[in-house]
Design a protein around this ligand. Structure first.
Ligand code: FES
Length: 104
C-alpha cells in the first residue's frame, strides 16, 4: 500500500546537488532538481554499493556514479551509461506546503 513520506523542505533540493533523505524502511532516496522540477530515485547505485548522494555527480538530468562512472537518467531511472544496466527505482514526487513528499 502506498504511503506518503515527507522528506525535507523543497528549498533544500538545489540544482546541481544531490540531497539524501531517509525512508522509514532504513534505505535512502536521492533527490535532484532538474530544470526546476524535483525527482527522487533510490540512493544506492544498482551496480554496486555506492551512495549516489555521496559519490554521485549530477549534470542536467544525468547522475554519474563515480565508483565505475556508470550513469542514469534521474527523471526515469533508466541506465544511460555502462556498467549500469539495471534501472534505479524512482518515486513520484509532490511538493506541498514547501515540503517534498514521495509515495513509497
Ligand atoms: Fe555505481 Fe559501479 S557502483 S557504477
Amino acid at each position: 500500500m502506498a504511503e506518503t513520506v515527507i522528506l525535507c523542505s523543497a528549498d533544500e533540493v538545489v540544482e546541481g546537488e544531490i540531497k539524501q533523505a531517509p525512508l522509514p524502511d532504513g534505505t535512502n532516496v536521492a533527490l535532484y532538481r532538474v530544470a526546476g522540477t524535483i525527482y527522487a530515485t533510490a540512493d544506492m547505485c544498482t551496480h554496486g554499493e555506492a551512495s549516489l548522494s555521496e559519490e554521485g555527480l549530477i549534470n542536467g538530468k544525468i547522475v554519474e556514479c563515480t565508483f565505475h562512472f556508470g550513469t542514469f537518467d534521474v527523471t526515469t531511472g533508466e541506465p544511460t551509461g555502462m556498467p549500469c544496466e539495471i534501472p534505479l527505482k524512482t518515486y513520484p514526487v509532490t511538493v506541498a506546503d514547501g515540503k517534498v513528499q514521495i509515495e513509497v
